[in-house]
Design a protein around this ligand. Structure first.
Ligand code: HEM
Length: 137
């Protein structure tokens, strides 16, 4: 199995105080909506299950960005790389995942104040962290 360099050493930026829970949920709903129409849509569930996935992902992001530890409370230790091993994820799929996330950020930025510097740090985190999910060349 392919092993990317890592794991990422830099901690995620503490964006929770800036964005708040509802905006982080919104961001992940946009992300999952975009994923569900992307070239990697077949990896993801549909309908109500897709909504659940978006909320589960939001729980994770709220936690790592400095908010309440919803993900660990509901689902146990994050172990994100391990949780992704049952899906085959290569660099191409990761690129599509990232582009959907960046578009979701664009969409949120039309609605709220999201300082350029914070956006840059967040994207850098996503680039690093998503490489760690890759398990296939
Ligand atoms: C590299 C590209 C990535 C792909 C293709 C990918 C794909 C997937 C898929 C197919 C699932 C299962 C369905 C679902 O629950 O949505 C999933 C779950 C999840 N992903 Fe990703 N993912 C990627 C990167 C990431 C990254 C970088 C993060 C966080 C920073 C993340 C966070 C999560 C979480 C929290 C779950 C729920 C895990 C669970 O089921 O317990 N993913 N991902």
């Amino acid at each position: 199995m392919y092993q990317p360099p890592g794991p990422p050493q830099e901690p995620p930026p503490k964006l929770y105080p800036l964005l708040g829970e509802e905006n982080i949920r919104k961001l992940l709903r946009y992300h999952y909506e975009l994923l569900s129409h992307s070239e990697i849509k077949d990896l993801f569930p549909t309908g109500e299950e897709l909504n659940k996935s978006a909320e589960k992902n939001a729980d994770f992001f709220i936690q790592i960005l400095g908010g309440p530890p919803y993900f660990s409370q509901k689902y146990g230790p994050p172990m994100m790389r391990a949780r992704h091993l049952k899906f085959s994820i290569n660099y191409k799929k990761r690129e599509i995942w990232l582009q959907c996330f960046f578009k979701a950020i664009q969409k949120l930025k039309q609605e709220i104040e999201f300082p350029e510097k914070e956006e840059k740090k967040f994207k850098e985190f996503l680039i690093r962290f998503s490489e760690w999910m890759i398990n296939e060349k």
